[in-house]
Design a protein around this ligand. Structure first.
Ligand code: SAH
Ligand code: SF4
Ligand code: F3S
Length: 465
């Protein structure tokens, strides 16, 4: 595994200093607008890019119109994510004409697909910087080059590197997201992630624990440990250790009161992990365990490596040890070759498991993945009809699951003001449910007791007690 070496990091720090000095001599602080698409992995890269920008003396703004630098960190997981980026890039053409000094950068997972990088290179000539997921550490150097009016294109088709030593610009406490591994080895046949993120590689436990201690010292009380499949954490390390062992170590860090993680692949979930979750109070009783589909035939075509029965066994085991656990999932409708009978099996697994919530997607063809070559049998209209039916059915279940919280008292870690009503504060229960309650901003970052007085499909409303 390749960790970026110190000489390279030093070189990048020199570029940071150079740009910082240049920015310092401007009479106005330059502003950056950074927009992130996709999953927590991209959010983490953006936190590091923003950390570097901040070190270079950039400030931040909320719209491209005010910016001197616009950076889109893109996602390739479904077509609609890509279309949004193309739409936004098109709109920037006009802005660049009005303000020629504006720098535009596109990075992230889309760039790791050759045909997309080519398209941006050729059709979006107003883009100054195009760089992939494996060269994020070289951002200061790339920006320096772009600032001297060269178009920069830097894409490495690497197996992936690990990049330490940058201070992330995080959201305010209480929640810090911490990557524990990068990449994916699973090659689910529909998914682009392994192609754009490279092979699985784990950060050392020492680096992870140092970062957890660092955020604890800054006042963060909850950490979310991130990876495409956290259950295979540590297998590639020189001194292998399991994810459960890592979790138990994170539990020992003073100041951190809640620990969550995402995502668990069902094929790799161990008894050791379930035991750690059940026995450690700090580990939140919430598990995101994507099932994707309820039909064995389709699960096999998806290369998910588990059967419906094996999946249900895991759910039984988890609920035996943690009866109140909040379970969530991802589900894909309309995978190539899925019939209406297969879809009914997905409906029945939803009825059997009764998830608290699911993220549901209509299958999106990704160029270069095995599923893109598979025969389809349902029409788009049928897929949409199935999708709508599934969403309605799950909404009923989600509401019924939330009904059980009515009248209960929940410990809520307050995140900040509610987005929809400024008189309300918003936080999460141990199980990760969103709770809104009347309160003031001083409560942010605190653990408070809230009595649930009203129940909605995706959130709870309560009163502080
Ligand atoms: N590593 C995680 C999630 C990765 S992407 C996991 O394995 O669970 C998040 C979700 O996007 C996936 O769980 C899947 O449900 C969905 N997804 C991935 N590729 C897709 C595609 N081509 N079309 C539709 N949904 C997709
Ligand atoms: Fe994609 Fe499967 Fe890897 Fe998740 S486990 S990122 S769905 S290939
Ligand atoms: Fe999207 Fe890349 Fe994440 S494709 S889902 S941002 S790893």
């Amino acid at each position: 595994m390749k960790e970026i070496d110190n000489a390279e990091l030093e070189k990048q720090r020199d570029f940071i200093q150079k740009i910082r000095l240049e920015n310092h001599t401007c009479n106005k602080q330059p502003l950056a607008f950074v927009e992130t698409y996709g999953c927590a992995q991209n959010e983490n890269d953006s936190e590091r890019l923003c950390g570097m920008l901040s070190d270079m003396g950039y400030g931040f703004c909320g719209t491209p119109e005010k910016a001197d630098l616009v950076l889109y960190n893109t996602c390739a997981v479904r077509e609609n994510a890509e279309l949004r980026v193309f739409g936004n890039l098109g709109a920037l053409k006009h802005l660049k004409r009005k303000k020629p000094s504006l720098l535009i950068g596109v990075c992230g997972c889309m760039i790791q697909q050759e045909h997309i990088a080519e398209q941006i290179k050729k059709k979006y000539k107003h883009v100054d910087m195009i760089f992939g997921t494996h060269v994020v550490y070289r951002f200061p150097q790339l920006l320096d080059e772009a600032r001297s009016e060269n178009r920069v294109i830097d894409i490495e088709d690497s197996e992936g590197v690990i990049f330490e030593g940058v201070t992330s610009k995080r959201d305010n406490p209480p929640l810090a997201k911490i990557p524990i591994m990068y990449g994916c080895n699973n090659f689910c046949t529909y998914c682009i992630v392994p192609y754009v993120r490279g092979r699985e590689r784990s950060r050392s436990a020492e680096n992870i624990l140092n970062e957890v201690r660092e955020v604890a010292a800054l006042g963060y009380r909850e950490v979310m440990l991130l990876g495409q499949n956290v259950n295979s954490y540590g297998k590639d390390l020189e001194n292998p250790l399991t994810f459960a062992t890592l979790l138990r170590e994170v539990c020992k860090v003073d100041g951190i009161e809640r620990i969550r993680f995402m995502t668990s692949h069902p094929k790799d979930i161990s008894d050791e992990l379930i035991d750690a979750m059940a026995s450690e109070d700090k580990i939140c009783k919430q598990l995101h365990l994507p099932v994707q589909c309820g039909s064995d035939r389709i699960l096999k075509k998806m290369n998910r490596s588990y059967t419906r029965e094996k999946y249900l066994d895991i759910v039984r085991k988890v609920r035996e040890k943690m009866p109140d656990i909040v379970l969530t999932s991802d589900v894909i409708v309309g995978f190539p070759g899925e019939t209406n009978e297969d879809f009914e099996e997905t409906m029945s697994i939803l009825a059997e498991v009764r998830y608290d919530m699911i993220f549901s997607f209509i299958y999106s063809k990704r160029k270069g993945t095995p599923a893109a070559e598979m025969e389809d049998c349902l029409t788009d209209e049928e897929k949409h009809r199935n999708f709508e039916r599934m969403v309605a059915f799950q909404n009923e279940i989600s509401k019924e699951k939330n009904d059980a919280y009515f009248g209960k008292c929940e410990k809520v870690l307050v995140e900040g003001p509610s987005k929809t009503n400024l008189e309300f504060m918003c936080g999460r229960t141990d199980g990760g449910k969103i709770v809104n309650f009347r309160g003031t901003t001083e409560l942010a970052g605190q653990l408070v007791d809230v009595k649930i007085t009203e129940v909605k499909t995706w959130s709870l409303i309560g009163e502080i007690i």
